[in-house]
Design a protein around this ligand. Structure first.
Ligand code: HEM
Length: 367
């Protein structure tokens, strides 16, 4: 199993890292107004994440004194690191006078603009801190978030807000075959790859230490109406995405990685890739070259109140300007043929600071 280092890298793991199979994503509300409490929590979280990413426990599971409480909850013992990455994000309210951080606010960090097709529910939205734990073993990812939540609670600094458990990465990373989302389509075919695009579109290139080298994390819980989708005929499904279901090829091509030709017309003069298809609206060719890194996961919440399968996409994107996400989503929400089959029910945004050197903690240069 792979192991990723927590300390000493430029960027936090879990962004450029090839997507693992499982995610547990949780956000927290700060309940302490004390700056020192926030610093202390970030320091404790960093130390714990570093231990867990090595496959270790964060303290004694079975203390010597029988009346003592274990420091680690124990359920990841023996499972190894399982490629665990823990990625921390700071929400807009962290950069306030309350914590003396108003002047440190990263330029792009503000609540997202209201977007067409928003059907946001407060119980799946917002938060002051985010924890993204990804691993190839779901129990390793769950253990990480559980023990971090326990630290937040026992220190009285932060309270849980919302959580999503996801599986079957729905985004391809370098060297991976493209996985599929719950509509059955390959997802991540034209995702960001390569240093040049990471530098241009993902990492914040300027600003003071502690900001530079970070990124913005946009999170959308998107309900997918899979039962309606499953009744739709295949020709229509392909037109919704602008790609073939089985091969993943654009409707203008034959192979998955063929570049979509948005100008190609059929014998009747109609565009072969419909202009209202998902890829036509989202493609950089039609958005002044703008790209975002998608690192999403499928999720299910079981069955809804109507007895229908309740499932969707935990969409997570990383970009060095949240306006890039807003621009694409504004076009998709207004015109995307996919909109008929999805509802955005949750939304949150965080600044993800760069990684910390050993002996320090995430966010330390901001204080
Ligand atoms: C492409 C699915 C939501 C942005 C794709 C592709 C699929 C897909 C199947 C084609 C394969 C690929 O190139 O990755 C979905 C589903 C969604 C969803 C099922 C919701 C449940 C979003 C959202 C955004 C977005 C909210 C951003 C606002 C993109 C972009 C591309 C893409 C930028 C690449 C287009 C290109 O360069 O050709 N998506 N997507 N998607 N999607 Fe989505």
């Amino acid at each position: 199993a792979r192991t990723y280092p927590f300390y000493g890298t430029a960027e936090q793991a879990g962004i450029r890292t090839p997507p693992q199979r499982h995610i547990v994503f949780m956000t927290f509300d700060l309940v302490s107004p004390q700056r020192a409490d926030l610093q202390h929590l970030l320091a404790r979280w960093s130390a714990a994440a570093a231990q867990m990413m090595k496959g270790g426990a964060i303290g004694r599971i079975e203390p010597a004194r029988p009346d003592a409480v274990g420091l680690d909850t124990g359920e990841a013992l023996g499972l190894g690191p399982a490629a665990l990455t823990v990625t921390f994000g700071l929400g807009p309210a962290v950069f306030s006078d309350r914590y003396g951080l108003a002047a440190q606010r990263p330029a792009g960090l503000r609540p997202l603009a209201p977007l067409p097709s928003d059907a946001l529910k407060p119980e799946f939205s917002g938060g002051d801190l985010s924890v993204q734990a990804c691993a190839d073993d779901p129990q390793v990812a769950y253990h990480a978030v559980r023990d971090l939540a326990r630290i937040a609670r026992t220190t009285g600094t932060a309270a849980t807000r919302f959580a999503v458990l996801g599986f079957g990465r729905a985004s391809a990373g370098p060297g991976q075959t493209t996985p599929r989302n719950l509509f059955g389509y390959k997802d991540g075919t034209r995702n960001i790859r390569g240093d040049a695009d990471f530098d241009r579109f993902v990492w914040i290139g300027d600003g003071p230490q502690g900001i530079r080298g970070g990124s913005y994390q946009v999170v959308r819980k998107i309900e997918m109406h899979i039962e309606n989708w499953d009744t739709d005929r295949i020709g229509d499904q392909n037109a919704v995405f602008g790609r073939f279901k089985q091969s993943g090829a654009p409707l203008s091509g034959r192979d998955e990685f063929d570049t979509p030709d948005f100008a190609l017309r059929d014998a009747a003069g109609a565009p072969v890739i419909p202009p209202a298809s998902h890829v036509a609206l989202a493609a950089p060719e039609n958005n002044d070259g703008v790209k975002i890194l998608r690192r999403s996961y499928n999720y299910t919440d079981g069955i809804n109140a109507l007895g229908q399968l309740d499932a969707g996409l935990l969409f997570i994107s990383y970009q060095n300007d949240p306006a890039h996400f807003e621009r694409i989503q504004a076009r998709l929400g207004a015109a995307d043929r996919l909109s008929e089959y999805v509802s955005h029910i949750g939304s949150a945004i965080f600044f993800v600071p760069p990684a910390a050197p050993e002996g320090s903690y995430i966010g330390a240069p901001l204080f």
